[in-house]
Design a protein around this ligand. Sequence first.
Ligand code: C5P
Length: 437
Amino acid sequence: MTAIAIDGPAGAGKSTIARRAAKEIGYVYVDTGALYRAIGLFMLNQGVDTADGEAVCPLLKQAQVALTFQDGEQKVILCGKDVSKEIRTAEVSMAASNVSAIPQVREFLFDLQKKIARQNNVVMDGRDIGTVVLPNAQVKIFLTASPEERAKRRYEEMAAKGEKVDYNEVLKDLKIRDYNDSNRAVAPLIPAEDAVIIDTTGNTLEKSVEQLISVIRNGLEISENDKLMKRTPLYSFGKIFCQWLIQLFIPYQVNNNENMPQKGRVIICCNHVSISDPVRLAFTQRRQIYFMSKAELFENKPLGLLLRMLGAFPVQRGKGDKQAINKAKKLLNDEQVLGLFIEGTRSKDGNLLQPKAGAVMIAYNYHAPILPCCITAKDGGVPKIFHKCIISYGKLIQPEELGIVDGTGSEYRSACRLVMDKIAALREQDIKAFQNQ
Ligand code: C5P
């Protein structure tokens, strides 16, 4: 089963946004806050102080809480009665916040949440889903917004239902709940280390939903990729059996591939002249190269599958894609080979394009050497099917040689130029080699 964990503070719009996203991808939406609310309501009905653990714990056994799902809608059943509406008052919100700080209450609800995730593909929202309940969730998101914006949304929602509310009261309550949630001893509200943080301040609902779906889709692609990569023999198998096919359809000659270190982290920085570049490069090296490739390529299912088998993972270009950067960081920390197309896009005529800073930023931040590489077709154009191209590797550039000290924009730009100059020199040399053949 697949799980998407969405955590964040009260009023960040988690339920509305996550419900819409779940519907879009066909997953069951689970609002775990409703479970804490049900316990809060139960304790209020029993007339006990909801912040008093000693009073709450002995009564827990009597609180029968269950969630049911009808047409994707969640219903909260407390002792056989549907309380889905009753749990939405300000009084119950505060009671939920109080009981949620009691470890036994969290334990009591833990199994139920796990069980739902075992039986369904879920988008589960709460406070500790990515950190405690589903630490192995395929995608983790921390959804937040400024307290004022969250209070405004809550206020408008309650006012629309005809409830008499005061904005300042709503803001005050929300800040108290934020404080309680973030400072409790068990399962405090903090983003999981590998969560993508989405700040929805100033966003329309539509924009937030769109952003969430895009992060979920991208995350699912990456996790799908991880699953495939666990079957690494497929990579070696594919390489052995496809070698002749590659040499027949997209033949290549390789120069200086011994410049690739046989262990340790490395970033191959290559120019990009053809859709089949990752495939060609994969065949030049014994080590597996994990390519960061544009997300659009994965929309074509057969190509996406081939790319994944060859180690590629998707990146949403121009969006500072944190998931792709996390993936790159993880690979380099695992001492693997990362493949990047430094120009960020494919050249239409074979000429080199302006480099993007992503490659040198990753090299600098994760202390990885860069191996420049150039793919050149005859006359420096675009490689054609059945026509040979030359793939040349340059000398390894250590991260210290990039001249980045403070991580400023101008340092990154000159580091990019340095790498690009090496690629350009390889290209010149290979165009000449074609002329002399
Ligand atoms: O999300 P919602 O505002 O409905 O949650 C009600 C309360 O339940 C929160 O203030 C929080 O204290 C608690 N809660 C929690 N852990 C979760 C979900 C909710 O502690 N996973």
